[in-house]
Design a binder for this molecule. Structure first.
Ligand code: ADP
Ligand code: ADP
Length: 232
């Protein structure tokens, strides 16, 4: 059973009197352990697709199964449970809370899981270690570089032990050196922990860390590219 299965997914927005088909008849399945990149021009539906995959939005029609659960008809609360239990999110602009230090930022989503303070601290510390930030756990975002802030955001995304990591332009605010180190972390999470990764990116060099690239155009999957991965 694939981790993700989309069948005939359409997402239509209404803009005044005008309807826009942001996604048209998307069919795709993604196995557990995959690393997928989504590319495409602005307006091609990348964010819409990522929002549906991330259970932040619902399709207008079609079915979406994640880990065997149909999500298209779920209530908002059930969608929130799916996000908390199965998913981790990473964004272009990090979305860290400026008044909290690294470990507090990473602990935040764990509060909703009913873990004790010491269990949260233990998990958050391990997650920050996993992204190489052991020495920065008491720094606030303003005291960290962009690359370090994104690593804190990744630690926050993985602290809850997600099956699937969803990233929206994770390297969009970073230079190429930091981009590479973020991709090395994704690769590590994918190969060593088996976390499935789906990322949206504009950068071909970043997309090629994935095993597969979905090319979107006008709300459709125009082409699926298999990346010939070089084993390091
Ligand atoms: P991308 O991420 O590839 O730039 P989007 O998924 O953001 O593409 O957008 C796909 C299409 O849907 C675009 O035509 C966009 O203008 C439209 N769209 C996206 N979000 C909304 C919205 N909330 N309301 C109306 N139209 C939207
Ligand atoms: P960025 O510009 O950093 O890539 P955006 O602010 O555009 O990210 O957010 C991308 C999408 O994720 C948006 O549709 C937004 O509603 C959603 N989003 C943003 N922040 C969060 C969050 N903390 N948790 C869940 N979804 C979020």
């Amino acid at each position: 059973m694939p981790l993700i299965e989309l069948k005939n997914i359409c997402r239509r927005y209404k803009n005044g009197q005008v309807f826009i088909n942001a996604l048209e008849d998307i069919n795709l399945s993604i196995e557990e352990g995959e690393f997928v990149s989504i590319m495409g021009p602005s307006g091609s539906g990348k964010s819409t697709l990522l929002n549906i995959l991330g259970c932040l939005d619902r399709p207008t029609s079609g079915t979406y199964e994640i880990a065997g659960r149909h999500v298209e008809k779920m209530s908002d609360n059930m969608l929130a449970d799916i996000r908390n239990q199965l998913l981790g999110f990473v964004f272009q602009s990090f979305h860290l809370l400026p008044d909290l230090n690294s470990i507090e930022n990473v602990e935040l989503p764990l509060i909703y899981r009913g873990l004790s303070g010491s269990a949260r601290r233990k998990r958050a510390t391990a997650a920050l270690e996993a992204v190489g930030l052991k020495e920065r756990i008491y720094h606030r975002p303003s005291q960290l570089s962009g690359g370090e802030q994104q690593r804190v955001a990744i630690a926050r995304a993985i602290a809850g032990d997600p099956k699937l990591l969803l990233a929206d332009e994770p390297t969009g605010a970073l230079d190429s050196k930091n981009s590479e180190s973020i991709m090395a972390i994704f690769q590590d999470l994918n190969t060593k922990r088996g976390i499935t990764v789906i990322q949206v990116t504009h950068e071909k060099s970043v997309a090629e860390y994935g095993h597969t690239i979905f090319h979107l155009k006008d709300g459709k999957i125009e082409h699926i590219e298999n990346v010939a991965n070089v084993t390091i």
